[in-house]
Design a protein around this ligand. Structure first.
Ligand code: HPA
Ligand code: ZN
Length: 341
C-alpha cells in the first residue's frame, strides 16, 4: 500500500499537520502537562518529585508503572476548580494542535470518589471551563465517564451510576480504562448495561495489551460502539472482520502504542492494515504529555510512515465524527467545519 502512494514533501507535511482534527480518545488527567501538575503540587505542598525525570517529564518504567504515576499526578487535582483549570489548559493545548472536536475520559473515581453529588459539582466546573474554551478557541468538548478496570466492578458500578445520573448531550458516553490485564470485560457488563439504559454510548479499552479475544469480548460481552485501541485484533482476521462487519470504530493511538512498546516502530503498527481491511479507524493521542506526542505529531508521523494524504486524513476525521458520541446537530456542525478546509 505504502509503495503505491507518493511520499509527502515538506510542504504537504506542513499542510497535513495543520489540518483541523477530531480526537475521540483523550484521558483528561493524562493530558495534564507536567508543569501544570508540578504547579498544583507546589500550591498544595505535596511532594511529587519521584514521578518526574530531571528534564521535567513524567518518569515511569512500563505500562503498569505508568498507571501508578498517572494516579500520583492525579492526586493533586482535588477540587472542582482544579479540574476546571486543567480543562482550560488541555483545551488550549488541543486547539493549538488544530483539534476542533474532542471527547475526553472523565473518572468519577478521581472527581469525588464515585459520590453522585460531588461528581455533579466536578462536572459542572469542567463544563463551564469547556464552554469558555469553546467561545474563545472554537473547540467543542464532550465527556465520557470512565470506570477504571483495576479498581474492580464495584467501583465501576458507582461510576456508571454517576454517568447515568448526569447523562445528556454533553456527558454522552461511558467507557473503561485502566489495566487490561486485570479481570474480564464481562465483569463490567452490569455497569455497561446501566449506562446503555441511560442512553449513553459505549467504548472500552481492549486489544492494547491483550490479544484479539479481548477485542471480541468487548464487542460481544459489553456491546460497545467503539474500542479504545483494539489494534491487537490484527492477530485474528476473524476479529478484524467482526469489527468491520459491525462497524465498530477503533480509537487508535499510534504514538502511545509505539512509546509504550506495543509495537517497536510506527512502520510496524497495524493501523493501515486494519483500515485497508475495512475497519473504521480514527487517530488520537491518549495521554499526550506522558507519551511525548501531540495531534500534530501523530498526523505528521502517519503521513511520513504510511504516505497518507490530506484526503486520507479527511476520511479519518469523517469516520471520527460519524462515531462521535455527540448529538446529531453537533456532529453536523463539526463535519461542516472539517469539510470547509
Ligand atoms: N490506557 C489505559 N488506561 C489509562 C490510560 C491508557 O492509556 N491512561 C489513563 N488510564
Ligand atoms: Zn487510553
Amino acid at each position: 500500500m505504502t509503495e503505491e502512494r507518493a511520499k509527502p514533501d515538506e510542504e504537504q507535511l506542513h499542510h497535513i499537520e495543520h489540518l483541523p482534527k477530531a480526537e475521540l480518545h483523550l484521558h483528561f488527567e493524562g493530558a495534564a502537562p507536567p508543569a501544570f501538575i508540578r504547579g498544583l503540587a507546589r500550591e498544595k505542598d505535596v511532594d511529587l518529585s519521584g514521578i518526574f525525570r530531571p528534564d521535567g517529564s513524567y518518569a515511569y518504567r512500563d505500562f503498569v508503572h505508568f498507571l501508578s504515576v498517572y494516579e500520583a499526578a492525579t492526586s493533586v487535582l482535588k477540587s472542582p476548580e482544579d479540574f476546571a483549570r486543567l480543562c482550560t489548559a488541555l483545551l488550549e493545548q488541543s486547539a493549538e494542535n488544530g483539534v476542533v472536536y474532542s471527547e475526553t475520559f472523565l473518572s468519577p473515581d478521581f472527581c469525588g470518589g464515585g459520590d453522585v453529588t460531588a461528581w455533579r459539582e466536578y462536572l459542572a466546573a469542567i463544563r463551564e471551563a469547556a464552554e469558555a474554551a469553546e467561545a474563545s478557541h472554537g473547540i467543542t468538548l464532550r465527556g465520557i465517564v470512565t470506570c477504571i478496570r483495576h479498581f474492580g466492578p464495584e467501583r465501576a458500578r458507582a461510576a456508571a451510576l454517576c454517568a447515568a445520573e448526569t447523562a445528556d448531550d454533553w456527558l454522552c458516553g461511558f467507557g473503561m480504562a485502566g489495566d487490561e490485564n486485570k479481570g474480564k470485560q464481562r465483569d463490567f457488563a452490569y455497569s455497561f448495561d446501566m449506562a446503555r439504559e441511560a442512553g449513553l454510548q459505549l467504548t472500552s479499552h481492549a486489544g492494547e495489551w491483550r490479544g484479539p479475544q479481548e477485542v471480541r469480548e468487548a464487542v460481544e460481552d459489553l456491546g460497545v460502539d467503539r474500542i479504545g485501541h483494539g489494534v491487537r485484533a490484527i492477530g485474528d482476521l476473524a476479529v478484524v472482520d467482526l469489527l468491520a462487519e459491525r462497524g465498530v470504530t477503533l480509537e487508535v493511538c499510534p504514538g502511545s502504542n509505539v512509546f509504550l512498546g506495543v509495537y517497536p516502530a510506527l512502520a510496524d503498527h497495524p493501523i493501515q492494515k486494519l483500515r485497508a481491511r475495512g475497519v473504521r479507524v480514527t487517530v488520537s493521542t491518549d495521554d499526550p504529555p506522558f507519551f511525548h506526542t501531540t495531534m500534530r505529531a501523530e498526523y505528521r508521523a502517519l503521513a511520513q510512515t504510511f504516505h497518507w494524504s490530506a484526503d486520507d486524513f479527511a476520511e479519518i476525521n469523517r469516520v471520527a465524527m460519524e462515531a462521535a458520541f455527540c448529538d446529531a446537530a453537533t456532529r453536523g456542525r463539526v463535519l461542516k467545519s472539517l469539510e470547509a478546509t
